[in-house]
Design a protein around this ligand. Structure first.
Ligand SMILES: [Zn+2]
Length: 374
């Protein structure tokens, strides 16, 4: 992670770079930022910077140290994060045993939330924490000299998950670390840390992303409209992870849901249709819009691919759904559905009542099927 990959936050980056260049890095820094902020990514970028062999005002991104940092495998950077016992790992439950999953999760999404991490690893129903064993392991590592770098950096993600009995042991390490040791402690909620820990660290507040920073970051993703980006930013309150989810993490569910909805319209079973209306109504506004926009996209694809299949840009699952659909409806019907969906997205944007809108839309689609069936 380089500083330049993180949108905005120029002041924060400058402070970190200056503290390195003036040799005034505090040995224990607390990166405080909300969920979906750059607290973890700044700690990563700073570690990359410190270790880089050709740094200027950012890390070079190319030296052997940078390339190890990109993969989060630098031997002098150690990670600690909350974990829980699993059926396979039930003794000495420490971060090292989960490191590969953690690496790939963070590389894929450096703004991930703790809930994402718990879900990825299937910890949801347990109580992950940073255990006494973890601190014992950390002490063992601190006794070693750095391998390649001038520092041994320890990134501790979410100290709010320190087990109560661990906090004091952690305090001891923070008080008397070996001279070449740095702690970058990354928290979403410093209120949850015991005051003795807070008094040993230097607080470094990471602002939430500005709307403009988020826009620049999200605009680098192709295939989304400016209106969608604006709406995702509006609903996510500076949480870049949330904004990305609003925009991207719905297609699989949307396809399943679209199949159910179309089936209920086709069968003209009003109990089923009503259930779909209730389901639609439970979605957030942007998810409602995302669902309709997704349905519209697929209908357009169905129309395009009926002309030339090679023009279509959709998954196999989507294609198989569309093919079945194409057997039922003709080109004119598709055009009608496309117009209906397009209109309804605009009604939704103008704050139409979503229940009435979706019921009306479902009835109109049902009528199209009725005509085809008769
Ligand atoms: Zn480098």
């Amino acid at each position: 992670m380089r500083f330049s990959k993180i949108p905005g936050l120029e002041d924060e980056k400058k402070i970190l770079v200056n503290s390195y260049n003036s040799n005034t890095i505090h040995h224990a820094m607390l990166f405080i930022g909300n969920k979906g902020s750059a607290n973890l990514s700044l700690a990563l970028a700073f570690s990359t910077y410190i270790n880089c062999q050709n740094k200027t005002d950012d890390s070079c991104g190319q030296c052997s140290s940078c390339s190890k940092m990109d993969k989060l495998i630098h031997p002098d950077v150690n990670f600690v994060f909350p974990v829980a016992p699993t059926t396979k790992i039930n003794k000495e439950v420490i971060s090292d045993k989960f490191i590969e999953s953690w690496r790939s999760s963070v590389i894929e999404s450096p703004y991930l939330s703790v809930e994402d991490w718990f879900e990825i690893y299937g910890f949801e129903n347990k109580q992950p924490n940073i255990s006494k064993d973890e601190v014992r392991n950390l002490i063992k590592k601190l006794s070693l000299k750095p391998f390649e770098s001038n520092f041994k950096i320890n990134i501790i993600w979410l100290p709010e998950y320190l087990h109560l009995s661990t906090s004091n042991a952690m305090l001891k390490i923070l008080e008397e670390p070996p001279g070449d040791t740095l702690f970058f402690i990354v928290t979403n909620n410093d209120q949850k840390l015991i005051s003795t820990i807070k008094s040993r660290v230097q607080s470094f507040k990471v602002k939430r992303f500005s709307d403009e920073d988020m826009k620049n970051y999200l605009a680098s993703h192709k295939d989304i409209s400016e209106a969608d980006v604006d709406q995702a930013i509006y609903l996510s309150d500076g949480d870049i992870n949330k904004a990305e989810k609003y925009l991207f993490v719905s297609n699989k569910d949307d396809l399943d849901q679209l199949k159910i909805w179309m089936r209920s319209c086709y069968s003209q079973n009003f109990q089923d249709i009503n259930e779909q209306v209730e389901w639609f109504n439970t979605l957030s506004k942007i998810k409602k819009r995302t669902f309709l926009a997704y349905s519209l996209k697929l209908m357009r694809e169905a129309l395009v691919s009926s002309i030339d299949e090679s023009l279509s840009r959709i998954s196999d699952d989507e294609m198989s759904f569309i093919s079945k659909f194409r057997n039922t409806l003709n080109q004119k019907d598709f055009e009608d559905i496309i117009i209906l969906l397009d209109e309804n997205i605009r009604y939704l944007d103008r704050n139409a009542n979503p229940k009435i809108l979706f019921l009306d839309l479902s009835i109109k689609v049902s009528n199209l099927f009725k005509k085809v069936k008769s």
